[in-house]
Design a protein around this ligand. Sequence first.
Ligand code: ZN
Length: 83
Amino acid sequence: MKQNHACNDNIVKDGSMECKVHCPFCREKFSIEVLKEDGDDQDFIWDCEICCHPIDIHARWDADHEKFAISVSRGEGYDEMPI
Ligand SMILES: [Zn+2]
């Protein structure tokens, strides 16, 4: 089952944006950095800083609010393990 969490906690820096995400595995919160120059619609994998599980991250530039809308899900093909 996929779980998505909206990011509502962006911090704008020069050319990049720090965004808080919730890990879908361990529920811990940490920050990722998204570069505006990499595009308005990005998909990438980011290993959780706490539990090291690979997280599918989708970042979409929200021009109305001038920030990235981030959604996260568990990486495809991952066999779930008890933590
Ligand atoms: Zn985690």
